[in-house]
Design a protein around this ligand. Structure first.
Ligand SMILES: *Cc1c(COP(=O)(O)O)cnc(C)c1O
Length: 362
C-alpha cells in the first residue's frame, strides 16, 4: 500500500487491493495453466471457467433469478445509450426518460435517433442538484420503457429507491456509478447496465442484466453486434469479448462476496460517505452542491469559498497523497468519488485534511 496514494478518481477508479494482487499473479499464470489471463483463448477451458464463475458470482451477490440474462458487453455505458432504444424502441413508440444529469441527457439524445422521447421528469431547472420527487414525474400514455440514471456521477446525486413507474412498463437503469454499492432488487427492472470502471473493474466492459422477455422483442433490422439477443444466445461470446475486463469484474464479485455481500457493502459505503458529508456539514467553509436528501454515497461534490481556494485545496491535497479530487468541469469545485473499492481510511484521512485546510484558510 505504501507506494500507492488515495485515489478519489471518478473513473476509471480505484480497485480492491486483493483483486489487483490476484490479477498480478494471474497475468503471469492463470490457475496453474502456464498461460496468463491476457493470453488465453476466449473459447478455451480456462476462460470458460472465468466467465462462468463471473456470471455465477454476479447472480449470487445480486440475487438475480433465471428470469434474467447476465451479459458482458463492450462499448461502455455510452453504447448502451444507443443499444437500449435501438433494441427496444421503434419509430412509432415513445420511451420515457428521467433527466438528472449529463449522462441521462446523453442517453436521451441517442434514444431520439430511434423513436419518440418523452421527458418524464428533470432536475435541470436547479442545475441537477436533486432527484425529482415521485409526484413530479409525468409519464406518457404507454411508454415502451422508462429510463433513469441511479447515480449521477458528475452532479453527485443518487436515487434512494427506484422511481415509481406505471405497471407493466419496463424500468431501465444506467447504474454505472453505483452498481453493487448497495442491495438491488433486480426484479423491479427490465434492464440494468453499468460500465465497469467505477465500481466493478477496468474500463471497456459493461455489465448488462436483461429480463428474458425483453430479448424476444429485440428488433431484427439492427446490426448483429448490437443485438442483445445475439449476445444472450452466445453467452457473451459472439465475438472476442474483453476477456481481461470480465476476469477483473469476476474477481471484484468475489471480493464483494468475501466482504459480506451487498448489504455489508452498503454499510461500508454509508459509513465512508458519512465521514466526508460530516466534514462538509460541520463546516461553514465547505459547501455541498447537492440537496442533502438527494446526495450520493458514491460521488461527493463540494465547493470552497472561492475558486482560488479550490485550486489551492486540490493542489495541496495532491501533495498530501489524495488524487482525483477535481470536480467535473461542468460543476467545478471538488468531487470525492468513494466507490466500493476505496478504503474507509481514505475517507477518514480526507476529512482530516479538509478540517486542517479549513483551519488554515478560513
Ligand atoms: C461513466 C458513466 C458513463 C459512461 O461510461 P463509458 O463506459 O465511458 O461509456 C455513463 N453513465 C454513467 C452514470 C457514468 O457514470
Amino acid at each position: 500500500m505504501s507506494d500507492r496514494i488515495f485515489n478519489f478518481s471518478a473513473g476509471p477508479a480505484v480497485l480492491p487491493e486483493p483483486v489487483l494482487r490476484q490479477a498480478q499473479q494471474d497475468l503471469w499464470n492463470l490457475a496453474g495453466s502456464g498461460v496468463g489471463i491476457l493470453e488465453h483463448s476466449h473459447r478455451g477451458k480456462a476462460f470458460t471457467k472465468v466467465v462462468e464463475e463471473a456470471e455465477a458470482d454476479c447472480r449470487e451477490i445480486a440475487g438475480i433469478s433465471d428470469r434474467y440474462r447476465v451479459l458482458f458487453l463492450q462499448g461502455g455505458a455510452s453504447l448502451q445509450f444507443a443499444m437500449v432504444p435501438m433494441n427496444l424502441l421503434n419509430k412509432h413508440a415513445t420511451a420515457d426518460y428521467i433527466v438528472t444529469g449529463t449522462w441521462s441527457k446523453k442517453a436521451v439524445e441517442e434514444a431520439k435517433l430511434f423513436g419518440e422521447v418523452h421527458i418524464a421528469g428533470s432536475s435541470k431547472p436547479t442545475n441537477f442538484d436533486r432527484i425529482p420527487a415521485p409526484g413530479d414525474l409525468k409519464f406518457s400514455a404507454r411508454p415502451a420503457y422508462v429510463h433513469f440514471t441511479s447515480n449521477n456521477t458528475i452532479f453527485g446525486t443518487q436515487w434512494k429507491t427506484e422511481p415509481p413507474v406505471p405497471p407493466g412498463v419496463p424500468l431501465i437503469c444506467d447504474a454505472s456509478s453505483d452498481i453493487f454499492s448497495r442491495p438491488i432488487d433486480v426484479s423491479k427492472y427490465g434492464l440494468i447496465y453499468a460500465g465497469a470502471q467505477k465500481n466493478l473493474g477496468p474500463s471497456g466492459v459493461v455489465l448488462v442484466i436483461i429480463r428474458n422477455d425483453l430479448l424476444k422483442s429485440v428488433r431484427d433490422d439492427i446490426p448483429t453486434m448490437l443485438k442483445y439477443s445475439v449476445h444472450a444466445e452466445n453467452n457473451s461470446l459472439y465475438n472476442t469479448p474483453n476477456t481481461f475486463g470480465i476476469y477483473v469484474m469476476g474477481q471484484s464479485f468475489k471480493w464483494i462476496r468475501q466482504l459480506g455481500g451487498l448489504k455489508a457493502m452498503a454499510e461500508r459505503n454509508e459509513a465512508k460517505a458519512k465521514v466526508i458529508h460530516d466534514a462538509i456539514d460541520n463546516s461553514d467553509f465547505f459547501k455541498g452542491t447537492a440537496q442533502p436528501d438527494s446526495r450520493s454515497l458514491m460521488n461527493i461534490c463540494f465547493r470552497a469559498p472561492s475558486e482560488e481556494l479550490e485550486t489551492k485545496f486540490i493542489t495541496e491535497a495532491k501533495a498530501a497523497g489524495f488524487d482525483g479530487l477535481k470536480g467535473h468541469r461542468s460543476v467545478g469545485g471538488m468531487r470525492a468519488s468513494v466507490y466500493n473499492a476505496l478504503p474507509p481510511e481514505a475517507c477518514e484521512r480526507l476529512a482530516d485534511f479538509m478540517k486542517a485546510f479549513e483551519r488554515t484558510n478560513r
